[in-house]
Design a protein around this ligand. Structure first.
Ligand code: G
Ligand code: G
Ligand code: NA
Ligand code: MN
Length: 255
């Protein structure tokens, strides 16, 4: 496969970029953290969407190498930003389900990345989807517990779209739920069809989990969420994912 060969080459050269999407406290409109998102523009293939190249990487056994690039670049960048800030930014990185097939070395590597660049574990967040928990083994659970005890947050991405029982929320060391953007899109300007977003906020509250809304694009969605006491948000209303340089400009970071 041509794309696979190109991807291997890009990985070897670390020619894959990390973009950052702010997470914002809607009460102050201040950035509290960033989510790292990979971006790849190949000389021959042009821009390749992350959905596409991550799928290729999963089939070719390359996701762990991609993840290492994301970790290395993002940990260094956020540590750098935090030197010039009073309130340090949190960093969220997406983990794919496949990476938990070797949970012992994964835990070890996460800790190594954080300590090497001096990012406090309390500032680091792992985003996993429900499918990671669906395929969970005892080892996956032990790995999550280990990371959580180390101070790392664990959030469920695209919450509400996967196949999962809710019982894991009581037994696994989950810190927060990210309401999938499809439910945020359901929040209309008359607030109809917003029952699921509201239900997830209430679920999170009763289980004492944090809740963040992703895909917030409209002011009225933000208002609805704030009325329901969900203040952590992410979405085009605040910022799309941008390069480190761009984030520096628009959010006053020193790149
Ligand atoms: O901006 P967006 O187009 O970045 O991302 C598309 C998809 O690719 C999303 O599902 C996002 O979670 C995923 N993605 C982006 N970066 C990474 C990454 O570093 N690791 C994993 N596993 N998924 C990523
Ligand atoms: O799977 P995950 O939630 O990690 O993927 C994040 C994806 O969501 C990225 O592709 C990112 O570009 C996209 N995204 C972020 N904010 C918005 C938004 O407000 N609207 C839409 N449509 N997509 C968004
Ligand atoms: Na994510
Ligand atoms: Mn998501």
């Amino acid at each position: 496969l041509h794309i696979e060969a190109r991807l291997k080459k890009a990985i070897a050269l670390e020619a894959i970029d990390v973009y950052y999407q702010p997470k914002v406290d809607a009460r102050t409109n201040k950035m509290t953290g960033v989510e790292a998102l990979l971006r790849w523009t190949d000389e021959e293939l042009g821009f390749v969407s992350p959905d596409r190249f991550i799928a290729v990487a999963e089939d070719a056994g390359l996701v762990h190498s991609l993840w290492k690039i994301a970790m290395k670049k993002a940990c260094l960048q956020v540590t750098k930003w935090n030197k010039g800030r009073e309130e340090p930014l949190t960093l969220a990185v997406n983990f794919s389900a496949k990476q938990f097939q070797e949970p012992c070395s994964l835990v070890k590597q996460v800790k190594e990345f954080l300590s090497e660049c001096g990012l406090a574990p309390e500032l680091f967040e792992i985003e996993i989807t429900e499918s990671t928990l669906l395929f969970n083994t005892k080892e996956t659970i032990r790995a999550l517990e280990n990371l959580h005890q180390y101070g790392i947050s664990i959030s469920i991405d695209d919450f509400g779209t996967g196949y999962s029982s809710l019982s894991y929320l009581k037994t696994l060391p989950i810190t927060s739920l990210k309401i999938d953007r499809s439910f945020i899109q359901d929040i209309g300007d008359d607030f109809r069809d917003s029952e699921i977003a509201e239900a997830i906020i209430n679920l999170a509250r009763s289980l004492r989990l944090k809740v963040i809304a992703e895909g917030v694009e409209e002011e009225y969605q933000k208002e609805f969420l704030m009325q329901h006491h969900c203040y952590d948000m992410q979405g085009y209303l605040f910022s799309k994912p941008v390069s480190a340089e761009e984030l520096g400009g628009s959010w006053g970071q020193v790149p």
